[in-house]
Design a protein around this ligand. Structure first.
Ligand code: UFG
Length: 328
């Protein structure tokens, strides 16, 4: 099986690329390196370019005889999507249309798509199942939902089969400690807390402690990035075996508060940094917890990292080995 990973040099994509090395006959990564890192994919063939460059994508698909695509190429900062919506609509939607057109032109029929819990918006019930209404509250979530709708039309019209995976809070790092999360700027809770405990930043900021939760801080469902990677491979095998399209949630099914994350990180690192409480971050729902029963029942996927402590430990291991992240 010849595989192209679009956006494969990013955080989640690079963890998938590592797993795919044992599965793919031929593996190619396409990434514009706007947020990804060359060093995150070792010696795997990298084409530096845009997923919206139709001539380039068509050439990669043809010359490598690509059978299936994993699609991660997207901007993913919720806040930025609200201050610069055009950037998100262009990159996450316009470029994706060009990409899908190339797939059709080259007869590539399988895609596993990187979607998000952000498609659901403000939760109406818990845990969130795939049947939950999809009412995104930010442009980022809207672009993920529009992409899913485009996939549905490409399936109906051209028979392009896909699995869309709606991640909850991706976290942690590969157990080798050689690849992990390296966003610049970093906005995610776990790397920020780990770095503060390592003395790499001044303090932890808690965005809101007046939510209707057990300790007043937001509750999230943290899912290990290697568990996400395994789900992608199961998803591709499923598409090929069944020739059907599906949408699945990916989470642990357990919610942890911001305070839980901080307490667990202090326990692991043995260091207690300064902690400050700030006002709520606009658009943050109080609780986001997934039901992943559908993918468990249908594809047999179950997370291996079920304890928050193990997820944080793996993130710490990566940051300890690479305090400045990837070099390039
Ligand atoms: N938080 C803090 N302090 C920080 C950073 C975050 O208190 O310094 C809090 C946030 O307010 C939130 C929780 O920690 O309550 C988790 O925040 P993250 O930024 O780590 O993750 P989000 O839940 O905001 O975002 C995740 C994904 C997005 C996705 C979104 C769905 O990273 O891609 O879930 O709502 F869109």
């Amino acid at each position: 099986m010849n595989i192209l990973v679009a956006g494969g040099a990013g955080y989640i994509g690079s963890h998938l690329v590592k797993e795919l090395q044992n599965v793919a006959d031929k593996l190619v990564v396409l990434d514009d390196l706007s947020t990804g890192h060359r060093d995150s994919i070792g010696n795997i063939e990298l084409v530096i370019g845009s997923s919206g460059n139709k001539a380039l994508v068509t050439n990669i698909l043809r010359t490598n005889n690509i059978d299936a695509v994993f699609y991660f190429a997207a901007h993913s900062l919720v806040g930025e999507s609200m201050s610069n919506p055009g950037k998100y609509l262009r990159n996450n939607i316009s470029f994706a249309i060009e990409f899908l057109e190339s797939m059709v032109e080259c007869g590539v029929r399988y895609m596993v798509f990187s979607s998000s819990a952000a498609v659901y918006g403000e939760p109406a019930f818990y845990p969130i199942t795939e049947e939950h209404p999809t009412v995104p509250t930010n442009v980022y979530g809207a672009t993920k939902l529009i992409f899913e709708e485009m996939l549905d039309w490409y399936d109906r019209i051209y028979g392009l089969k896909y699995v869309s995976l709606r991640y909850f809070n991706a976290a942690g790092a590969d157990q080798s400690g050689q690849i992990g999360e390296d966003h610049k700027p970093e906005t995610h809770l776990i790397p920020l807390v780990v770095k503060a405990c390592m003395g790499l930043s001044e303090k932890i900021i808690i965005y809101g402690n007046d939510y209707p939760t057990k300790d007043g801080t937001c509750v999230r469902d943290y899912i290990h990035v290697s568990d996400l990677a395994r789900a992608h491979i199961l998803a591709l095998k499923y598409i090929i075996a069944s020739d059907q399209s599906k949408i699945y949630n990916l989470g642990n099914g357990t919610g942890y508060s911001v305070n839980d994350v901080i307490a667990s990180t202090i326990k692991i690192t043995g260091k207690k940094p300064k902690i400050e409480v700030a006002p709520r971050r606009p658009g943050d729902p109080a609780v986001l917890v997934a039901s992943s029963k559908k993918i468990a029942n249908e594809l047999g996927w179950n997370p291996e990292y079920i304890k928050l402590e193990d997820i944080i430990y793996s993130a710490w291991n990566w940051h300890k080995n690479n305090p400045s992240g990837f070099q390039q």
